[in-house]
Design a protein around this ligand. Structure first.
Ligand code: DQA
Length: 147
């Protein structure tokens, strides 16, 4: 089983960026932990600060046998109709992930443009949010999103 882990803008700075909110762990640490926790799963990681590149990468996933996507779209979560539309075009489940509990933060973070297109949402568990999302996809056995 192959799962794509995707991060959007500014998440390349994990470990340095606002550690009081996002912690000191890096994405390298997170991927290492995930590979240890799910040795049977092929975990592919992609990060971009560019909205269109995230969409290109998701579209590419359509034809590479990806069972599910774990997506932290960062700030694009709150703005991107284009990501919403792209997620709806995919057959595999996409799990929306946030490191912080966005609902305890500024009001502009309370609205997600992508939740309605996703299979589910996990937020507020730090980097462990990614593990919970991978686990959800593994449990679901890569079943498609109910449209
Ligand atoms: C985030 C929350 C977003 O509101 C923010 O723009 C991010 C990170 C999170 O993981 O908590 O960049 O997605």
């Amino acid at each position: 089983m192959k799962i794509l882990i995707m991060n959007g803008p500014n998440l390349n700075l994990l470990g340095e960026r606002e550690p009081g909110i996002y912690g000191r762990g890096t994405m390298d640490d997170c991927m290492e932990g995930l590979r240890r926790a799910f040795p049977e799963v092929e975990l592919v990681y992609y990060q971009s600060n560019v909205e269109g590149f995230l969409i290109d990468r998701l579209q590419q996933a359509r034809s590479e046998g990806v069972a599910g996507v774990v997506l932290n779209a960062g700030a694009y979560t709150h703005t991107s109709v284009a990501l919403h539309d792209c997620i709806r075009s995919l057959q595999m489940p996409v799990v929306e992930v946030h490191i912080s509990n966005v609902h305890r933060r500024e009001e502009f973070r309370h609205r997600s443009m992508i939740s309605a297109a996703c299979a589910g949402v996990i937020c507020g568990f730090g980097l462990d949010s990614y593990r919970l999302a991978v686990s959800a996809i593994v449990q679901a056995g890569g079943e498609g999103r109910e449209a």
